[in-house]
Design a binder for this molecule. Structure first.
Ligand code: PMP
Length: 379
C-alpha cells in the first residue's frame, strides 16, 4: 500500500513536517554546512551558532518568553524529565495530574525514591483537573506541580491560569507540558507565570528528535546530562543545528497560523462527531466539548475492540489511545482516570485532525468507521 493512500488522522501522535520547515532545514543538512555550533574559533561554527540562536528566539516568541529562558532538548520526554527531576527543589513534594503523559508520571516514583513526597491530582469526568483538590494537596505550602496545557488522548484543555494562581499563592512552581497545545492555542508564559514549560518539534509540524524546555529566569535547575557546558551546562551535548533551525521555523509558522487553524479544525472536529453520531447513535464522546483541543476527538463505542477494528483498516491512521502506550495491555490511564471502565477504554478511538485534513477526508473516515462497526455487529 502506498503511503499517499493513507488517510492520516493521527496528528496528535505526530504531525507531518511543514515543507517550509524542511526548506529552512535543508541548508543545514548539506555537507557544506559542516561546523560544530559550539566551536568558538571559526566561521562555520559561528554561523551555526547564529542560526541556533535565531531559532531559540523563534521558540521563545511562540510562548512570550525570552530566548535565554529556552533550552533545546531531544524532545518533550527529555524536557518533562528535566523539569521534574532537575527542577524540583530539595525536599519539596511533587504533584502531577492523573492524566499527564507517561514522561511526567514516570518521574513520580523516581522522585519518591529520592525522598520527595508525591501525589497525583484527580481530574473530573471530562478530564479537567480538580483545582479544589490542588488547593488541599498544596495546603498553602510549596511544591512542584505538573499540569499539562492540553491532554494528548482526550484533548481536554486545563484551566492553567487558575492553577497558576493557586500555585502562586502557595509559593509552588508550576510546570506545564504544552506539547499538544501550541499548534492551535496560545500559552502566554508571562500571564501564567509558569516556571517550566515543555514543547516538542514533531507535534508542531517540525522535526522529530527536538524539543525545548522553558525555564523561567532565575529558576534553579540541576542538569540531567553531564559532560558538556553547552547551553550554560544546563543541558550538555552538541546541539543539532538542522533540528534547532527546524523547530524555530515550526514555531514561527505556528505563531502565524494557530488561530486560523484552530477555527478550521474546530469546525471539522464537530462535523466528524456529528457524522459519526448519525451512523452510530450509541457513541460516547470522551473529554470536554467546550474546552477541547480543536484537532482532537475521542469517542467510545460500546462493545467495540478498537485495536482490532483499526487492524482491519490499515489505511486509516488513527489511534486507540496514546501511541506511547501502544503495546501495553493496560487500558489507557487517561480514560480510566475520567471514569471509563476497561471495556469502554478498549472501545475508544482517537482522531487527530491537522493542517492538511479536509472535509472530504472527515466524511470518508466517518463513513468507513461507521460501516466497519456496523458490519462487525452484523457479523
Ligand atoms: N507530552 C505529550 C502530551 C505528548 O503527547 C508527547 C508525545 N506523545 C510527549 C510529551 C513526548 O514528546 P516527545 O515525542 O517529543 O518525546
Amino acid at each position: 500500500m502506498s503511503a499517499d493512500r493513507v488517510l492520516y488522522l493521527d496528528h496528535l501522535a505526530s504531525t507531518p513536517l511543514d515543507p517550509e520547515v524542511l526548506d529552512a532545514m535543508r541548508p543545514w543538512l548539506d555537507p557544506a554546512a559542516v561546523g560544530n555550533p559550539h566551536a568558538a574559533w571559526h566561521r562555520p561554527g559561528w554561523r551555526a551558532a547564529e542560526a541556533i540562536e535565531a531559532a531559540r528566539a523563534e521558540v521563545a516568541a511562540l510562548i512570550g518568553a525570552r530566548p535565554g529562558e529556552i533550552l533545546f532538548t531531544g524532545g518533550a520526554t527529555e524536557a518533562n524529565n528535566l523539569a521534574l527531576l532537575g527542577g524540583i527543589p530539595a525536599g519539596w513534594p511533587a504533584i502531577a495530574s492523573a492524566i499527564e503523559h507517561p514522561s511526567v508520571l514516570a518521574c513520580l516514583p523516581e522522585l519518591a525514591a529520592r525522598g520527595h513526597r508525591t501525589a497525583t491530582l484527580p481530574v473530573g469526568p471530562d478530564g479537567t483537573a480538580d483545582l479544589d483538590a490542588l488547593k488541599t494537596l498544596l495546603a498553602g505550602r510549596p511544591a512542584l506541580v505538573s499540569l499539562m496545557a492540553a491532554n494528548n488522548e482526550i484533548g481536554t484543555i486545563q484551566p492553567l491560569a487558575e492553577a497558576a494562581r493557586i500555585c502562586a499563592e502557595a509559593g509552588a512552581l508550576l510546570h506545564s507540558d504544552a506539547v499538544q497545545m501550541l499548534s492551535t492555542g496560545l500559552v502566554d508564559i508571562r500571564a501564567l507565570d509558569l516556571a517550566f514549560l515543555s514543547l516538542s518539534g514533531h507535534k508542531l509540524y517540525g522535526p522529530m528528535g527536538i524539543g525545548a524546555l522553558f525555564v523561567r529566569e532565575g529558576t534553579s535547575l540541576r542538569p540531567l546530562l553531564h559532560g558538556g557546558d553547552q547551553q550554560e551546562g544546563r543541558r550538555a551535548g552538541t546541539l543539532p543545528t538542522a533540528l534547532c533551525v527546524g523547530l524555530g521555523a515550526a514555531c514561527r509558522i505556528a505563531r502565524q497560523r494557530r488561530s486560523a487553524d484552530a477555527q478550521r479544525l474546530t469546525a471539522l472536529r464537530e462535523r466528524l462527531f456529528s457524522t459519526l453520531q448519525n451512523g452510530l447513535p450509541e457513541l460516547r464522546r470522551n473529554g470536554s466539548s467546550d474546552h477541547g483541543l480543536p484537532g482532537c476527538l475521542n469517542v467510545s463505542v460500546p462493545g467495540l475492540d478498537a485495536a482490532d477494528l483499526l487492524l482491519d483498516l490499515p489505511d486509516l491512521a488513527l489511534s486507540t489511545g496514546s501511541a506511547c502506550s501502544t503495546g501495553s495491555p493496560e487500558p489507557s490511564h487517561v480514560l480510566r482516570a475520567i471514569g471509563l471502565s476497561p471495556e469502554q477504554a478498549y472501545g475508544s478511538l482517537r482522531f487527530g485532525l491537522g493542517r492538511g485534513t479536509t472535509e472530504d477526508e472527515i466524511d470518508r473516515v466517518a463513513a468507513r468507521i461507521a460501516e466497519a462497526i456496523r458490519a462487525r455487529d452484523r457479523g
